[in-house]
Design a protein around this ligand. Sequence first.
Ligand code: AMP
Ligand code: MN
Ligand code: MN
Ligand code: MN
Length: 278
Amino acid sequence: MLNVDLHCHSIISDGTLAPAALAARAKANGVDVWALTDHDEVSGIGEARAAARGLDLRFVAGVEISITWAGQTVHIVGLGIDEHCAALTQGLAGIRDGRTARGQAIAAQLADVGIHDAFAGALKYADNAKLIGRTHFARYIVELGLVGNISDVFRHFLVAGKPGYLPHRWASLEQSVSWIRAAGGRAVIAHPGRYQLEPLAFDALLDTFVQLGGEGIEVVTGSHTPDQYGLYAKVAKQSGLLASRGSDFHGPAESRADLGSLPPLPAGVTPVWHDWVG
Ligand code: AMP
Ligand code: MN
Ligand code: MN
Ligand code: MN
């Protein structure tokens, strides 16, 4: 069975490895088909594709788009995209624009609880300053020794109701799916088990996503428990969605799942890659 990993991050967004290093790690871990899916940015794809080619590793160009749905942040992965498509690149540029001001507002909130200079501190971890985000702040908070690791940061800071969080308007669902489709890609709902949506809002997300031409949903991801693999396999079948598998790897020191390390998809679902690879 093919080892397919269709979700991970490089230093272009909030990962800690360069695209070429991720390709090498995927290959070393036995991955056969690999996608790079940086947040809201496609500029790592050229390096990733070239590195994958040199390793005889099958590559899928991807992106993970931040959207707002029912007042919450949801992520939509695009797979098999043409990263040069203007509708996609211009749309992504629009989302990235808001990150600097948001980062400054996060830093101001952290200053109120005694964590000073957090914008500069987070920036040290953001190779791509335009993509500054909560993971970079989390690394700085760990550096200060306030909590032991990134997961603990997200229990005490940077989430709703805690210091360093503010609601943010990302793209709409409709925009994200239309950009991905314009770029010839397949839209996939990322890590559905992570959202705190009311059941009605989640059902509406699925319905609207399908109506807009969305095609897949992540079933096996580093963000899901084994129980959730089964639950979202059922959701995929009921909604007529293709199933995806991806580690959501961000770096060796931080991620729950390494590239290519997760179990295969449950039986009975149609893999999102079913018509790409034999
Ligand atoms: P942002 O795009 O700035 O809102 O940051 C979102 C990123 O923060 C996600 O892509 C994850 O990398 C990270 N993140 C969010 N929640 C958690 C969590 N509970 N544990 C670890 N990382 C998280
Ligand atoms: Mn991330
Ligand atoms: Mn995500
Ligand atoms: Mn991700």
